[in-house]
Design a protein around this ligand. Sequence first.
Ligand code: GN1
Ligand code: MG
Length: 349
Amino acid sequence: MAEILAKYTFNSFETFEYSPFGSGLIHGTYLIESGSSKYVLQEFNNTVFQFPERISHNQRLVKSQGNETFLPFQLPLPLVNSENNLITSVNGRLFRLFDFVNGQTIQEITDLNQAYIAAEAYGAFAEWGKNVETSQLQECIPDFHRLDLRFARLQEVANEKHLRSAEEREILDFYLGQKDLINAYKRNQSVLPLRLTHNDTKINNLIFSQDLSKVEALIDLDTLMSGYLMYDFGDLVRTVACSRAETSQKWEKIRLEITVFEQLLLGYWKGVKNLASKEETESLLLAGEVMTCIMGLRFFTDHLQGNVYYKVAYPEQNLHRAKNQMLLLKSLQEKKPELEQIWKSITLT
Ligand code: GN1
Ligand code: MG
């Protein structure tokens, strides 16, 4: 740790303490305390992110083309090291250091206003990003949210593997039965404009103020890329409007919360209403299904491949995450007529 911190010369780091921090599934994250200063250090997962230089490129581009004074919260990018790089390499391992942002992260909302302000923040971010040249953004993770390709990948992997249980078969059949959704995704893909998107708009990627009344920062900026508004709004629906967390196994309790969906759309729409094309507006109704399906496909594929991508706390966890997402997707599909009513009343006024 001292060797890593020595690459940052703005603080001497003569004495410091560190401890594991946060709940991300990909990178290793630590809190560093040195005197009265606090930082967050991340060890970069370069199996998942094979093109670290693309991330730094995008982050620098967004910093230079977007005017942060117009953003109502912070966008904490890695601090530069003594060689003016955002990424520090030590013994073949890659690290980034960030200023610590005071506040609270939450895994689940405890009242509807938190859903509204989370969506309002992501909507403001989408609006703010409209001046960033999407053609200059690079693909940090190629084909990251390509639902059609993730579907094809699951088909391929499932063909090679022997399923062990009836539960696995049921989940696989459910996902392989999502052809209509895949086709709807493809139709959208041919008409939606590319935007600057965050691509991982979970509630825990926002730092709220201590009293949870406002958003202080938007974090986890490694997946800043060009994408569709549908991706960012969809991942919000997936993670915030579900009655239970992505890790829950309370199967009978997992459902889409319509009142939360309404707050999310109200908050997001506030940011994107002057930006969204007719097709983008329509895509917001499908968004939750697209992102829930893609995560389910990814969790299940990872389960079949032996948990090579996502961190797991126990061997069947990716199977359980895939089941959780299946139940949410079913609920989203059953409730579509009610969601459509809400969507109409918010976006068509
Ligand atoms: C990963 O690292 P974390 O937890 O913020 C993943 C997202 C998934 C999410 C599921 C680069 O995000 O795509 O939505 O887990 N990030 C990457 O919880 O794959
Ligand atoms: Mg995260």
